[in-house]
Ligand binder design. Structure first.
Ligand SMILES: [Zn+2]
Length: 117
């Protein structure tokens, strides 16, 4: 991979990571706030609970993405970025631009999805 591509992905991933980490903070603050809003109305309470569950689900997805981004950034450092983990071939740059956290080339991804089915 060219230096300028490495630079490009580093910028892109760092930006995404910062955005995600910023959002994660907001979600946590909301959760803490909602903890104190214990309403005597059971309908209200149920609403808070389902909101909380939704937020936790989003948070879970976010933390997985954060880990993926951190891994991609590490791969950028050690020169493993853009190399398919299965076949060791270079992943197409267009694919990486669409989804920088990807760790598999399109062929292997298809194979994996076929196996999951
Ligand atoms: Zn592959």
């Amino acid at each position: 991979m060219k230096d300028k591509d490495i630079y490009f992905f580093k910028q892109l991933l760092t930006e995404q990571l910062e955005t995600l980490l910023g959002q994660a903070d907001i979600v946590v603050q909301d959760l803490i706030k909602n903890d104190h809003q214990t309403s005597p109305d059971p309908v209200d309470r149920a609403n808070f609970e389902s909101e909380r569950a939704t937020m936790l689900r989003i948070k879970d997805r976010e933390s997985k993405l954060i880990r993926k981004i951190q891994r991609s950034l590490k791969n950028l450092e050690n020169g493993r970025f853009g190399i398919c983990e299965m076949c060791e071939k270079e992943i197409a740059i267009e694919r990486l631009k669409a989804r920088p956290v990807t760790t598999h080339c399109i062929e292997c991804k298809k194979k994996m999805e076929a196996l999951e089915r």
